[in-house]
Design a protein around this ligand. Structure first.
Ligand code: 3H9
Length: 695
């Protein structure tokens, strides 16, 4: 078995090489190995200095996150780092890949830091709901000053070696392997006679005491509802107000508080599930098909967004529109998106010109798709339209080309059936704007070949998206669940809550926007069209709110028409549309409803119960493979607060019996809408959690 930390001596320099693939996380074995390696190097008469480096692709990516929430096994990382810092021989850390979190803290415990040019460093603990707990909040500001430390620690961002050198976090950038760079740098130190240089010995630079209050206010406004970012500011402040050891103690107290918080649990759940979501038995070991050239059918908002995402990630695109005018408009739309990338500094002008000139073709003939590897249809949501397109694609595309539809609810089995290659047909459901939103539902139809599914996941990775496997049903995973909690919100309005109270309660819960503000943004005409489409399929007892139809009949489609649930006369400060209340009153009166009061908690419980119940049905029906697929869908496509981990994680943390009890209570008043999901009932009966199904 490989030792977690290997020991060797070169040119009188003891090299401690961390070997814990894939990212050299600081597991208990690595911490113990560092301790033992340090003690050996200090006792070794043949070693005058100590060099710490990481084996493989990276230095150390931080504490071992999988150990969080379990009892800590000694030695603790803060003690290991303190012992490194107290070493009587100079200690150097040679950084490559990513030196993150506890990894960077180990390097800060070292007396000198050298990085190879591509290295990145960061303290991303805040993104996991904690703070750097091994001295990072005390040592970083001693090297960089308060502002730079606050910026790194409250955002968790990774910075380049050049930036790290600029702010004083590292001492040098050296070419070569980490070992070459580290040995060269350490030899120089020995020649210069440089000794140990503990970071704790550096006096914090003078600062304006008002700085920390200003940062607390700024961070609180930006990361609403989250406790870790503001606590990070408190910890950094301690570096300036307390002696070093007292500052470390304060950091530890704050760290322990965050470690025990449900927000930490939610964020770490989110970290692991987004890495697990693409691991599916059906595509394990399956080689995806090569995709270099994609076709896009339709150049509206969605088609143009998909084309731009593909171009920006190195693919060639042929876009097919129906008319010359539409072809030109599509090209202009894509040019506009790429222009925004230039304006934001993400793309150079020459690169944009190459993409538009050489990599994008907009045509009106399907024949131009003869050599495309994959075609994504993003045309009008109408089964007859889709069938015509897929018949044409089947005729024109080469054998082995994948035919994908971006439909958000239509039956993909029915679409596939018009082709002679149903195994090559799949749903790739992008979210608007497609070049921005990270979620991609990969919708696997009855005959979709595993290779085609694997290609969907590979394409998502190429486009830097998070792919979730979904089965075929109206709305797939996300929109099907949305339909249910959105309906619950409408019901609450009918019974007495205002749309504004519901929005406020859900923003308070952690969503960036409430459901009615979201509807205004998406366009109320979308929901109106859906209601009309589903009307013939409705059960007579379905309670479908009429107030939204009344609003659409007035031509109020939300933000784009200046009016919806809100009035956007001042687009930056929307206010409730005063005429909506009368429409809601009319709807209630027609049903004989006497409105009742809802507290924010009533609203949140009902909204979440509807979401979780439908999500449990989606998992129970096999539309989502596991509860984690629902969590990833809602986190990446529907603005669910990441620090709550997703609706299934939230349900597990609150306790499934409590969720089921709510659903059963709501069912007393409205047995038609509220039916406990069989999966939920079963889990409660077995005392099990959604997480137990995540594998
Ligand atoms: C911390 O350090 C607290 C301290 O202050 C201590 C105080 C006492 N632990 O992302 P990838 C796994 S908090 C355990 O696919 P990439 C990951 O799950 C920590 N496992 O690769 C995956 O496993 P699998 C602060 C970890 O190249 C595999 O490694 N550090 C850890 O796209 C590959 O990961 C962070 O927050 C970990 N720390 O990205 C850094 N990290 O193969 C978190 C990764 O089974 N990590 N794994 O699916 C990252 O940001 C990215 O993983 C990294 C590589 C950029 C390093």
């Amino acid at each position: 078995m490989t030792e977690p930390v290997a020991y060797s001596v070169t040119d009188r320099i003891a090299v401690l090489r961390v070997q814990n693939p894939p990212v050299n996380a600081l597991s208990q074995a690595v911490r113990a190995g560092l301790d033992a390696g340090l003690a050996r190097a200090l006792a070794d008469d043949g070693a005058d200095a100590i060099l710490i480096l990481g084996d493989g692709r990276t230095f150390i990516a931080g504490a071992d996150i999988s150990e969080f929430g379990k009892p800590l096994a000694a030695p603790g990382l803060p003690d290991v780092v303190n012992r490194i810092e107290a070493a009587g021989k100079p200690v150097v850390a040679a950084l490559h890949g990513t030196a993150l979190g506890g990894g960077l803290e180990v390097a800060l415990g070292a007396h000198y830091r050298v990085a190879v040019p591509g290295a990145k460093v960061g303290l991303p603990e805040v993104l996991l709901g904690i703070l750097p707990g091994a001295g990072g909040t005390q040592r970083t500001p001693r090297l960089t000053g308060a502002e730079a430390a606050l910026d790194m620690i409250t955002t968790g961002k990774h910075i380049s070696a050049t930036e790290a050198l600029r702010i004083g976090l590292i001492d040098a950038i050296e070419d070569g392997s980490p070992e070459e760079a580290g040995l060269r740098f350490t030899r120089r130190l020995l020649v210069e006679g440089a000794g140990p240089r503990p970071t704790r010995g550096i006096a914090p630079a003078p600062h304006d005491p008002a700085l920390f209050d200003a940062w607390r206010a700024k961070v609180a406004a930006k990361t609403r509802g989250q406790i870790a970012p503001v606590t990070c500011v408190d910890a950094v402040e301690a570096a300036f107000t307390l002696p070093f050891d007292a500052g470390l103690k304060r950091e530890r107290e704050l760290f322990s508080g965050l470690m025990a918080s449900p927000q930490r649990e939610g964020l770490i759940h989110a970290f692991f599930i987004e890495r697990k979501v693409g691991k599916l038995p059906e595509i394990a070991g399956v080689t995806p098909r090569d995709v270099a050239w994609i076709g896009v059918i339709g150049g509206g908002t969605m088609g143009a967004g998909i084309a731009a995402a593909a171009l920006l990630n190195g693919l060639s695109v042929t876009l097919v529109e129906q008319t010359e005018a539409a072809r030109g408009a599509a090209h202009a739309r894509i040019a506009g998106i790429l222009g925004d990338s230039v304006a934001r500094g993400k793309l150079t002008e020459p690169a944009r010109d190459t993409l538009l000139g050489d990599r994008l073709t907009c045509v009106t003939e399907y024949a131009a798709l003869a050599d495309a590897d994959l075609v994504i249809e993003a045309a009008f949501e109408d089964m007859a339209v889709k069938k015509t397109i897929f018949t044409a694609l089947d005729q024109h595309c080469k054998p082995g080309a994948i035919l994908a539809t971006n439909t958000s609810y239509l039956d993909i089995n029915e679409i596939a059936a018009v082709t002679a290659r149903p195994g090559d047909v799949i749903g790739l459901h992008f979210f608007s704007p497609a070049h921005v939103m990270r979620l991609l539902e990969v919708v696997v139809a009855e005959h979709t070949a595993p290779e085609v599914t694997a290609t969907g996941f590979a394409l998502a990775k190429r486009l830097k998206k998070v792919a979730v496997r979904a089965g075929v049903c109206d709305g797939f995973i996300g929109n099907r669940i949305l339909a249910s909690y959105r309906m619950a919100a409408d019901h609450m309005v009918l019974e007495g809550a205002t749309p504004y109270a519901i929005d406020a309660a859900m923003v308070d819960f952690g969503f960036a926007m409430g459901p009615f503000a979201v509807s205004d943004l998406a366009g109320l005409d979308i929901g109106w069209a859906t209601r009309k489409r589903l009307a013939p399929l409705r059960h007579p007892n379905d309670r479908i709110a009429k107030f939204a139809d009344m609003m659409c009949e007035e031509g109020w489609f939300g933000r784009k028409t200046g009016r919806g649930f809100y009035d956007y006369t001042d687009p930056k400060r929307p206010v409730p549309n005063p005429q909506v209340a009368a429409m809601i009153d009319a709807d209630r009166a027609a049903r004989g409803i006497t409105p009742r009061a809802f507290t924010a908690e009533d609203i949140q419980r009902r909204y979440m119960a509807a979401m979780i119940n439908e999500a449990a049905k989606v998992v129970g029906d096999g539309i989502a493979a596991r509860p984690l697929d629902v969590d990833v869908t809602l986190l990446y496509g529907y603005g669910f607060p990441r620090w709550r981990g997703g609706p299934m994680k939230y349900a597990d943390m609150r306790g499934l019996p409590s969720i089921l009890a709510d659903i059963e209570a709501f069912a007393q008043d409205d047995p038609h809408f509220w039916h406990p999901a069989p999966l939920l009932t079963d889990l409660v009966a077995r005392g099990a959690s959604f997480d137990s199904l995540n594998g």
